[in-house]
Ligand binder design. Structure first.
Ligand code: FDA
Length: 410
């Protein structure tokens, strides 16, 4: 026996669930398949358990990927206001954390419950614990595709067949395999001739194997406001020393713009020209030590570590006896500390995955494949990565919405 659905969505995560009920609202029969034992695991983990479900300022420059214009159409057609209205219609209390990041007052569970209620109301079927064995297009030529034939096996039960006219791949990225992440979406994309932009863990802390690593371990738990930058991006946010390296929002954001082997720069005194301060203090208070100049700006433990890093041999030397050239060098280090991460903490802890299905072969208006009719890709499986701050969910909702609209209108 073969079961028939208008639409099969692979992945019961943020984009899959959102797309599912929006498609079903057009009167389509929708089946969502997921190999995990629970839907929306990443939603539950998100925002430290409070789900940063959207940002009020969603613009295309909050996204990285080979084609940054790709996101524009979807983001303009499903906006933050649209999602906020949905959240409010479910009576979910939320707050703005400051920069437009909206979090649930209570729990991420509220957002997942909202999505599952909408799916339930729209008559979506969700089957978890289901392994997808094979996917075959139901046609002789991909351009004439009349649908897809899937063979699936439930964890407890026998394999069965499903036919659908539209197939939506919503399998997410590779981050946090223990939450169900796999590369299956890339495998499906490749099967249908799509190219994959090389993937890397992102929104992830940096690790160090050099002196910086030792320093970070020593300072583990200390946080300070910095500007973290490289030649592609700059973020003025807190940085956190950890026993493995450097984390905090500044580092996570910069990881979206970092490639293995590249250096990064940290301005440890974002509001102060450290060179100017040293040279002027040398004039006005020549007997001062460098650490006394910077004492007001750093916790004591951090100041001691910075001293060991930047002016160890001059620790007890008065400013008057230090050459201007050396003071300029120290000042520059404080305002643009150049460090080279050994790597990142990897997919085990990364919030997202850089790279993915190349958007050159996907329509930005509908998320439909340009290579195979009726095949769609939504959410993080695509080469679209958002900044920290609710942008990745913004993409999951918007891409899911335009996909649903495109199928619904047909
Ligand atoms: P998502 O990962 O949500 O769903 C993919 C689904 O596909 C999963 O249910 C998975 O089990 C399923 N799947 C995978 N392989 C399969 C296979 N072989 N067979 C069947 N099913 C398969 N973003 C944000 O905007 N605000 C935030 O607060 C956070 N916080 C956050 C915290 C943590 C710890 C993480 C890991 C991530 C975040 N994110 C976030 C990112 C956000 O969770 C992510 O971008 C979206 O969930 C992506 O939605 P998708 O639907 O694309 O994938």
């Amino acid at each position: 026996m073969i079961e028939h659905f208008d639409v099969v969505i692979i992945g019961a995560g943020a984009s899959g669930l959102f797309c599912a009920f929006n498609t079903a609202l057009y009167g389509k029969s929708v089946l969502v398949l997921d190999h995990a034992n629970k839907a929306g695991k990443k939603i539950l983990m998100s925002g430290g358990g409070r789900c940063n479900f959207i940002n009020t300022h969603v613009e295309s420059d909050h996204f990285v990927g080979q084609n940054t214009h790709f996101v524009k159409s979807a983001l303009s057609r499903y906006t933050s206001e649209d999602f906020i209205k949905l959240v409010e219609s479910h009576g979910i209390a939320y707050h703005n954390k400051g920069q437009g990041e909206l979090f649930c007052d209570e729990s991420s569970k509220d957002i997942l419950a909202m999505l599952l209620t909408e799916c339930d109301n729209a008559g979506v079927s969700i089957r978890l614990n289901t392994h997808i064995n094979t996917i075959t297009p139901n046609c002789h030529h991909l351009a004439d595709n009349q649908g897809f034939h899937l063979v699936v096996t439930p964890k407890q039960g026998l394999a069965y067949q499903v036919h659908c006219r539209y197939l939506i791949v919503a399998t997410g990225g590779l981050s946090i395999p223990t939450l169900g992440a796999t590369g299956f979406g890339y495998q499906i994309a490749t099967q249908f001739g799509h190219k994959i932009v090389p993937t890397a863990p992102s929104l992830v802390p940096f690790t160090f194997t050099d002196e910086v690593g030792k320093m970070a371990k020593l300072l583990s738990g200390i946080s300070l406001d910095v500007v973290a930058f490289n030649d592609k991006a700059s973020f003025s946010l807190p940085m956190l020393f950890t026993h493995r390296g450097l984390s905090g929002p500044a580092m996570l954001q910069l990881s979206n713009y970092w490639q293995a082997g590249e250096p990064i720069y940290i301005n440890l005194l974002p509001n102060i020209d450290a060179t100017k301060l040293l040279l002027s203090t040398k004039n006005t208070r020549p007997k001062q030590l460098i650490r006394t100049v910077f004492a007001p700006y750093f916790p004591k433990k951090l100041l001691t570590a910075i001293q060991a890093q930047f002016w160890h041999s001059l620790a007890e030397t008065e400013l008057a006896n230090i050459k201007d050239k050396k003071l300029v060098q120290i000042g520059e280090c404080l305002n643009a500390w150049k460090i080279k991460p050994a790597g990142t903490e990897g997919y085990r802890v990364a919030e997202v995955t850089l790279g993915g299905v190349n958007t050159a072969d996907v329509s930005g208006k509908s998320m439909q494949s340009r290579l195979c009719q009726n095949l769609y890709f939504i959410g993080e499986v695509l080469d679209v990565t958002g900044h920290l701050g609710g942008f990745n969910f913004a993409w999951a909702w918007a891409s899911g919405y335009v996909c649903a609209e495109s199928i619904g209108m047909r």
